[in-house]
Design a protein around this ligand. Structure first.
Ligand code: FAD
Length: 360
Protein backbone atom coordinates (compact mmCIF):
# COMPACT_ATOMS: atom_id res chain seq x y z
CA UNK A 1 0.00 0.00 0.00
CA UNK A 2 1.25 3.54 -0.64
CA UNK A 3 2.77 5.20 2.42
CA UNK A 4 0.46 7.52 4.35
CA UNK A 5 0.90 11.24 3.77
CA UNK A 6 0.51 13.52 6.75
CA UNK A 7 -1.25 16.77 5.92
CA UNK A 8 -0.03 20.03 7.43
CA UNK A 9 -0.57 23.68 6.74
CA UNK A 10 3.13 24.53 7.09
CA UNK A 11 6.27 22.41 7.30
CA UNK A 12 9.50 23.92 8.63
CA UNK A 13 12.66 22.13 7.50
CA UNK A 14 15.60 22.44 9.91
CA UNK A 15 15.71 23.15 13.65
CA UNK A 16 18.68 25.48 13.97
CA UNK A 17 18.36 29.11 15.05
CA UNK A 18 16.27 29.99 11.99
CA UNK A 19 13.89 27.02 12.16
CA UNK A 20 13.32 27.41 15.91
CA UNK A 21 12.59 31.11 15.55
CA UNK A 22 10.08 30.37 12.78
CA UNK A 23 8.44 27.65 14.89
CA UNK A 24 8.21 29.95 17.92
CA UNK A 25 6.47 32.62 15.85
CA UNK A 26 4.12 30.19 14.09
CA UNK A 27 2.97 28.91 17.45
CA UNK A 28 2.65 32.36 18.98
CA UNK A 29 0.50 33.41 16.03
CA UNK A 30 -1.89 30.56 16.71
CA UNK A 31 -0.76 27.65 14.55
CA UNK A 32 -1.41 24.33 16.29
CA UNK A 33 1.77 22.29 16.87
CA UNK A 34 1.70 18.77 15.40
CA UNK A 35 -1.68 19.40 13.75
CA UNK A 36 -1.04 22.44 11.57
CA UNK A 37 2.73 22.68 11.56
CA UNK A 38 5.78 20.55 12.27
CA UNK A 39 9.54 21.03 12.19
CA UNK A 40 11.65 18.30 10.56
CA UNK A 41 15.31 18.09 11.51
CA UNK A 42 17.91 15.64 10.32
CA UNK A 43 20.35 16.13 13.20
CA UNK A 44 20.19 13.55 15.98
CA UNK A 45 19.94 16.11 18.83
CA UNK A 46 18.80 19.68 19.40
CA UNK A 47 21.35 22.40 18.55
CA UNK A 48 21.25 22.76 14.76
CA UNK A 49 24.72 22.78 13.22
CA UNK A 50 26.23 23.86 16.53
CA UNK A 51 26.20 20.29 17.79
CA UNK A 52 28.66 19.40 15.03
CA UNK A 53 31.21 22.19 15.62
CA UNK A 54 34.77 21.32 16.71
CA UNK A 55 35.32 21.02 20.47
CA UNK A 56 37.74 23.96 20.82
CA UNK A 57 35.13 26.44 19.58
CA UNK A 58 33.89 27.87 22.86
CA UNK A 59 31.46 30.56 23.92
CA UNK A 60 34.46 32.90 24.17
CA UNK A 61 35.73 32.20 20.63
CA UNK A 62 32.44 32.35 18.70
CA UNK A 63 31.53 35.75 17.28
CA UNK A 64 28.35 36.02 19.22
CA UNK A 65 25.33 33.79 19.56
CA UNK A 66 22.15 35.79 19.92
CA UNK A 67 19.32 34.63 22.17
CA UNK A 68 16.38 32.96 20.49
CA UNK A 69 13.10 34.89 20.76
CA UNK A 70 11.28 34.60 24.07
CA UNK A 71 13.92 32.92 26.25
CA UNK A 72 17.46 34.12 26.96
CA UNK A 73 20.49 31.83 26.89
CA UNK A 74 21.13 32.59 30.55
CA UNK A 75 17.90 30.81 31.55
CA UNK A 76 19.24 27.54 30.21
CA UNK A 77 22.84 27.71 31.36
CA UNK A 78 25.52 29.75 33.03
CA UNK A 79 26.75 32.12 30.32
CA UNK A 80 29.72 33.21 32.41
CA UNK A 81 31.23 29.77 31.74
CA UNK A 82 32.82 31.15 28.59
CA UNK A 83 35.17 28.20 28.14
CA UNK A 84 32.22 25.89 27.55
CA UNK A 85 32.35 24.36 24.07
CA UNK A 86 29.68 25.81 21.79
CA UNK A 87 28.87 22.24 20.71
CA UNK A 88 27.44 21.47 24.13
CA UNK A 89 26.30 24.93 25.27
CA UNK A 90 24.07 25.67 22.28
CA UNK A 91 22.46 22.21 22.21
CA UNK A 92 21.68 22.55 25.93
CA UNK A 93 20.05 25.91 25.29
CA UNK A 94 18.11 24.74 22.23
CA UNK A 95 16.89 21.62 24.06
CA UNK A 96 15.55 23.75 26.93
CA UNK A 97 13.97 26.13 24.43
CA UNK A 98 12.22 23.40 22.46
CA UNK A 99 10.83 22.00 25.67
CA UNK A 100 9.72 25.34 27.11
CA UNK A 101 7.68 26.24 24.04
CA UNK A 102 6.65 22.64 23.27
CA UNK A 103 7.74 22.96 19.68
CA UNK A 104 6.70 20.08 17.38
CA UNK A 105 10.12 18.91 16.27
CA UNK A 106 10.62 15.53 14.63
CA UNK A 107 14.17 14.15 14.48
CA UNK A 108 16.11 12.62 13.02
CA UNK A 109 14.11 13.13 9.83
CA UNK A 110 15.95 13.93 6.61
CA UNK A 111 14.01 15.73 3.91
CA UNK A 112 15.09 14.10 0.66
CA UNK A 113 13.09 16.15 -1.81
CA UNK A 114 10.22 18.61 -2.02
CA UNK A 115 8.00 18.72 -5.09
CA UNK A 116 4.67 20.18 -6.11
CA UNK A 117 1.64 17.90 -6.04
CA UNK A 118 -2.02 18.90 -6.44
CA UNK A 119 -1.40 22.54 -5.61
CA UNK A 120 0.47 21.64 -2.42
CA UNK A 121 3.99 20.65 -1.51
CA UNK A 122 4.92 17.00 -1.10
CA UNK A 123 7.77 16.67 1.39
CA UNK A 124 9.49 13.32 1.02
CA UNK A 125 11.64 12.22 3.93
CA UNK A 126 13.54 9.10 4.99
CA UNK A 127 10.58 8.38 7.29
CA UNK A 128 7.00 9.47 6.55
CA UNK A 129 5.78 11.80 3.81
CA UNK A 130 4.19 15.17 4.44
CA UNK A 131 1.96 17.41 2.40
CA UNK A 132 1.83 21.14 3.14
CA UNK A 133 0.46 24.38 1.77
CA UNK A 134 3.53 26.38 2.77
CA UNK A 135 7.18 25.80 3.44
CA UNK A 136 9.76 27.48 5.66
CA UNK A 137 13.18 26.18 4.75
CA UNK A 138 15.85 26.59 7.44
CA UNK A 139 18.46 24.02 6.50
CA UNK A 140 21.56 26.19 6.97
CA UNK A 141 24.87 25.47 5.29
CA UNK A 142 26.69 22.89 7.41
CA UNK A 143 25.73 19.98 5.15
CA UNK A 144 27.21 21.75 2.12
CA UNK A 145 30.94 22.30 2.63
CA UNK A 146 32.60 24.06 -0.29
CA UNK A 147 36.04 23.15 -1.64
CA UNK A 148 37.37 24.95 -4.73
CA UNK A 149 38.20 22.81 -7.69
CA UNK A 150 42.00 23.03 -7.84
CA UNK A 151 43.78 20.84 -10.42
CA UNK A 152 45.46 17.81 -8.86
CA UNK A 153 43.17 17.46 -5.89
CA UNK A 154 42.83 13.72 -6.49
CA UNK A 155 46.56 13.25 -6.85
CA UNK A 156 47.49 14.36 -3.34
CA UNK A 157 48.77 11.45 -1.20
CA UNK A 158 48.40 13.31 2.10
CA UNK A 159 45.21 14.12 3.93
CA UNK A 160 42.67 16.69 2.83
CA UNK A 161 39.87 17.82 5.06
CA UNK A 162 37.34 20.61 5.38
CA UNK A 163 36.53 22.79 8.42
CA UNK A 164 33.49 20.56 8.87
CA UNK A 165 35.75 17.53 9.52
CA UNK A 166 38.16 19.25 11.92
CA UNK A 167 38.27 17.87 15.47
CA UNK A 168 41.58 18.73 17.11
CA UNK A 169 45.05 20.04 16.22
CA UNK A 170 46.70 17.08 17.96
CA UNK A 171 46.07 14.76 15.05
CA UNK A 172 48.39 16.88 12.87
CA UNK A 173 51.38 16.85 15.21
CA UNK A 174 54.64 16.44 13.27
CA UNK A 175 52.97 17.19 9.93
CA UNK A 176 53.12 20.30 7.77
CA UNK A 177 49.58 21.66 7.43
CA UNK A 178 48.52 24.06 4.68
CA UNK A 179 45.49 25.99 5.90
CA UNK A 180 43.46 27.43 3.01
CA UNK A 181 41.00 30.24 3.63
CA UNK A 182 40.95 33.79 4.97
CA UNK A 183 37.74 33.66 6.98
CA UNK A 184 37.26 33.44 10.71
CA UNK A 185 37.39 29.64 10.90
CA UNK A 186 40.59 29.54 8.82
CA UNK A 187 42.29 32.00 11.13
CA UNK A 188 41.11 30.29 14.31
CA UNK A 189 42.20 26.85 13.15
CA UNK A 190 45.54 28.23 11.92
CA UNK A 191 46.09 29.64 15.41
CA UNK A 192 45.35 26.31 17.07
CA UNK A 193 47.28 24.08 14.72
CA UNK A 194 50.33 26.35 14.67
CA UNK A 195 50.75 25.64 18.38
CA UNK A 196 51.47 21.97 17.77
CA UNK A 197 53.01 21.79 14.31
CA UNK A 198 54.28 23.66 11.25
CA UNK A 199 51.68 25.55 9.23
CA UNK A 200 51.40 27.64 6.07
CA UNK A 201 48.48 29.93 5.40
CA UNK A 202 47.06 30.40 1.93
CA UNK A 203 44.28 32.81 1.00
CA UNK A 204 42.86 33.96 -2.30
CA UNK A 205 42.91 37.62 -1.29
CA UNK A 206 44.70 39.44 1.50
CA UNK A 207 42.34 39.19 4.49
CA UNK A 208 40.62 42.39 5.52
CA UNK A 209 40.93 42.99 9.21
CA UNK A 210 38.43 45.35 10.69
CA UNK A 211 39.80 47.76 13.27
CA UNK A 212 37.50 49.13 15.92
CA UNK A 213 34.09 48.01 17.03
CA UNK A 214 31.50 46.58 14.69
CA UNK A 215 28.54 48.75 15.57
CA UNK A 216 24.88 48.32 14.72
CA UNK A 217 25.19 50.63 11.74
CA UNK A 218 28.03 48.63 10.20
CA UNK A 219 25.99 45.47 10.81
CA UNK A 220 22.99 46.91 9.00
CA UNK A 221 25.15 48.01 6.08
CA UNK A 222 26.62 44.51 5.72
CA UNK A 223 23.21 42.86 5.83
CA UNK A 224 21.79 45.41 3.35
CA UNK A 225 24.53 44.51 0.88
CA UNK A 226 23.65 40.81 0.92
CA UNK A 227 19.94 41.59 0.90
CA UNK A 228 20.36 43.71 -2.20
CA UNK A 229 22.10 40.82 -3.98
CA UNK A 230 19.36 38.28 -3.26
CA UNK A 231 16.58 40.72 -4.15
CA UNK A 232 18.27 40.90 -7.56
CA UNK A 233 18.50 37.14 -7.93
CA UNK A 234 22.23 36.89 -7.30
CA UNK A 235 23.75 34.16 -5.12
CA UNK A 236 24.31 35.54 -1.61
CA UNK A 237 27.73 36.41 -0.22
CA UNK A 238 28.12 35.07 3.28
CA UNK A 239 27.38 37.76 5.85
CA UNK A 240 30.84 37.21 7.38
CA UNK A 241 32.48 37.91 4.02
CA UNK A 242 30.95 41.38 4.00
CA UNK A 243 31.48 42.12 7.69
CA UNK A 244 35.26 41.54 7.55
CA UNK A 245 37.33 39.96 10.30
CA UNK A 246 37.46 41.69 13.67
CA UNK A 247 41.04 42.48 14.73
CA UNK A 248 40.80 40.76 18.11
CA UNK A 249 43.54 40.36 20.75
CA UNK A 250 43.86 36.74 19.59
CA UNK A 251 44.60 37.90 16.04
CA UNK A 252 47.00 40.54 17.32
CA UNK A 253 48.88 37.78 19.15
CA UNK A 254 48.96 35.70 15.96
CA UNK A 255 50.45 38.65 14.14
CA UNK A 256 53.13 39.00 16.82
CA UNK A 257 53.98 35.31 16.36
CA UNK A 258 54.45 35.93 12.62
CA UNK A 259 51.55 33.66 11.68
CA UNK A 260 49.68 36.04 9.44
CA UNK A 261 52.15 36.07 6.54
CA UNK A 262 49.73 34.63 4.05
CA UNK A 263 50.69 33.10 0.73
CA UNK A 264 48.58 33.64 -2.37
CA UNK A 265 46.40 30.81 -3.62
CA UNK A 266 48.33 27.95 -5.25
CA UNK A 267 47.34 26.81 -8.72
CA UNK A 268 47.97 23.10 -8.49
CA UNK A 269 48.10 20.22 -6.01
CA UNK A 270 50.87 17.67 -6.46
CA UNK A 271 51.33 14.23 -4.94
CA UNK A 272 53.14 15.65 -1.95
CA UNK A 273 52.21 19.31 -1.71
CA UNK A 274 51.07 22.41 -3.54
CA UNK A 275 52.53 24.45 -6.40
CA UNK A 276 52.17 28.06 -7.58
CA UNK A 277 52.09 29.28 -11.20
CA UNK A 278 55.74 30.47 -11.01
CA UNK A 279 56.87 26.91 -10.22
CA UNK A 280 57.46 27.43 -6.50
CA UNK A 281 56.23 24.49 -4.50
CA UNK A 282 55.72 23.50 -0.91
CA UNK A 283 55.66 20.01 0.54
CA UNK A 284 52.77 19.28 2.88
CA UNK A 285 51.17 16.31 4.56
CA UNK A 286 47.81 17.96 5.18
CA UNK A 287 45.61 20.45 3.33
CA UNK A 288 42.88 21.91 5.50
CA UNK A 289 40.19 23.61 3.43
CA UNK A 290 38.58 26.41 5.46
CA UNK A 291 36.82 27.54 2.33
CA UNK A 292 33.34 27.90 3.64
CA UNK A 293 29.90 26.52 2.97
CA UNK A 294 27.04 26.93 0.53
CA UNK A 295 23.33 26.93 1.34
CA UNK A 296 21.90 23.41 1.64
CA UNK A 297 19.03 23.65 -0.83
CA UNK A 298 19.39 20.59 -3.08
CA UNK A 299 16.18 19.05 -1.75
CA UNK A 300 14.27 22.03 -3.19
CA UNK A 301 15.57 21.49 -6.75
CA UNK A 302 12.19 20.34 -8.22
CA UNK A 303 10.67 23.70 -7.19
CA UNK A 304 13.01 25.41 -9.68
CA UNK A 305 13.48 28.49 -7.55
CA UNK A 306 16.78 29.51 -9.15
CA UNK A 307 16.80 32.15 -11.87
CA UNK A 308 19.12 33.13 -14.70
CA UNK A 309 21.51 35.08 -12.48
CA UNK A 310 22.42 31.92 -10.61
CA UNK A 311 20.61 32.74 -7.39
CA UNK A 312 17.09 32.65 -6.03
CA UNK A 313 15.31 35.98 -6.33
CA UNK A 314 14.01 36.86 -2.89
CA UNK A 315 11.25 39.25 -1.92
CA UNK A 316 9.14 40.12 1.14
CA UNK A 317 9.76 42.35 4.12
CA UNK A 318 13.11 40.79 5.07
CA UNK A 319 13.74 39.07 1.73
CA UNK A 320 12.80 35.61 3.02
CA UNK A 321 10.13 34.90 0.38
CA UNK A 322 10.99 33.21 -2.91
CA UNK A 323 9.75 35.47 -5.71
CA UNK A 324 9.00 32.48 -7.97
CA UNK A 325 6.82 30.82 -5.34
CA UNK A 326 5.52 32.98 -2.49
CA UNK A 327 4.56 29.88 -0.50
CA UNK A 328 8.27 29.18 0.05
CA UNK A 329 10.34 31.09 2.60
CA UNK A 330 14.08 30.67 3.07
CA UNK A 331 15.31 31.66 6.53
CA UNK A 332 18.93 31.66 7.67
CA UNK A 333 19.70 32.24 3.99
CA UNK A 334 21.62 35.21 2.51
CA UNK A 335 21.00 38.31 4.62
CA UNK A 336 19.64 36.22 7.51
CA UNK A 337 22.61 33.82 7.71
CA UNK A 338 23.59 34.88 11.22
CA UNK A 339 22.02 34.11 14.57
CA UNK A 340 20.44 37.57 14.83
CA UNK A 341 19.34 37.54 11.20
CA UNK A 342 17.86 34.06 11.60
CA UNK A 343 15.81 35.26 14.57
CA UNK A 344 14.27 38.13 12.66
CA UNK A 345 13.79 36.12 9.48
CA UNK A 346 11.88 33.44 11.39
CA UNK A 347 9.44 36.05 12.64
CA UNK A 348 8.97 37.71 9.27
CA UNK A 349 8.53 34.41 7.44
CA UNK A 350 5.96 33.08 9.93
CA UNK A 351 3.89 36.23 9.63
CA UNK A 352 4.06 36.64 5.88
CA UNK A 353 3.44 33.00 5.10
CA UNK A 354 0.42 32.82 7.41
CA UNK A 355 -0.97 35.97 5.83
CA UNK A 356 -0.39 34.62 2.34
CA UNK A 357 -2.11 31.32 3.16
CA UNK A 358 -4.99 33.09 4.91
CA UNK A 359 -4.10 31.54 8.23
CA UNK A 360 -3.51 34.78 10.11
P1 FAD B 1 21.78 25.40 11.20
O1 FAD B 1 22.18 25.67 12.59
O2 FAD B 1 22.78 24.82 10.27
O3 FAD B 1 20.53 24.42 11.27
C1 FAD B 1 20.05 23.75 10.15
C2 FAD B 1 19.39 22.47 10.61
O4 FAD B 1 18.75 21.91 9.47
C3 FAD B 1 20.37 21.43 11.12
O5 FAD B 1 19.92 20.89 12.34
C4 FAD B 1 20.38 20.37 10.02
O6 FAD B 1 20.57 19.07 10.50
C5 FAD B 1 19.00 20.54 9.42
N1 FAD B 1 18.91 20.09 8.03
C6 FAD B 1 19.73 20.40 6.99
N2 FAD B 1 19.31 19.80 5.86
C7 FAD B 1 18.21 19.10 6.19
C8 FAD B 1 17.31 18.26 5.46
N3 FAD B 1 17.46 18.03 4.15
N4 FAD B 1 16.27 17.68 6.13
C9 FAD B 1 16.09 17.91 7.46
N5 FAD B 1 16.90 18.69 8.18
C10 FAD B 1 17.94 19.29 7.56
N6 FAD B 1 26.64 33.09 13.41
C11 FAD B 1 26.55 33.97 14.42
O7 FAD B 1 25.60 34.77 14.46
N7 FAD B 1 27.50 34.02 15.41
C12 FAD B 1 28.56 33.16 15.44
O8 FAD B 1 29.38 33.21 16.35
C13 FAD B 1 28.68 32.21 14.38
N8 FAD B 1 29.70 31.33 14.35
C14 FAD B 1 29.78 30.41 13.33
C15 FAD B 1 30.83 29.50 13.33
C16 FAD B 1 30.96 28.56 12.30
C17 FAD B 1 32.09 27.61 12.31
C18 FAD B 1 29.99 28.54 11.26
C19 FAD B 1 30.11 27.54 10.14
C20 FAD B 1 28.93 29.43 11.28
C21 FAD B 1 28.82 30.38 12.30
N9 FAD B 1 27.78 31.31 12.33
C22 FAD B 1 27.67 32.21 13.36
C23 FAD B 1 26.75 31.30 11.30
C24 FAD B 1 25.70 30.33 11.85
O9 FAD B 1 25.84 29.11 11.24
C25 FAD B 1 24.33 30.88 11.72
O10 FAD B 1 24.25 32.12 12.25
C26 FAD B 1 23.22 30.08 12.39
O11 FAD B 1 23.66 29.38 13.52
C27 FAD B 1 22.68 29.15 11.40
O12 FAD B 1 21.42 28.74 11.84
P2 FAD B 1 20.46 28.01 10.85
O13 FAD B 1 19.23 27.73 11.63
O14 FAD B 1 20.31 28.78 9.61
O15 FAD B 1 21.22 26.67 10.42
Amino acid sequence: APAAVIKMQIVVIGAGQAGLSAAYHLKRRGMAPHKEFVVLDQSPEPGGAWQHRWPSLTLSTVNRIHDLPGMPFAEALDTTATEMPANTAVPTYFAAYEKRFELPIYRPVTVKVVCKRDGRFRIETDRVQFSARGLINATGTWESPYIPDVPGRDRFKGRQLHTKDYKTAEEFRGKHVVVVGGGISGIQLLDEISRVTRTSWVTRRPPEFRQGPFDAEAGRAAVAKVEDRVRHGLPPDSVVSVTGIPFTPAIEAMQARGLLNRLPMFSEITEDGVRWPDGTSLRAEVILWCTGFRSSLDHLAPLMLHGESGGITMTGRLATQAAKDPRVHLVGYGPSASTIGANRAGGAAARELMEFLDLA
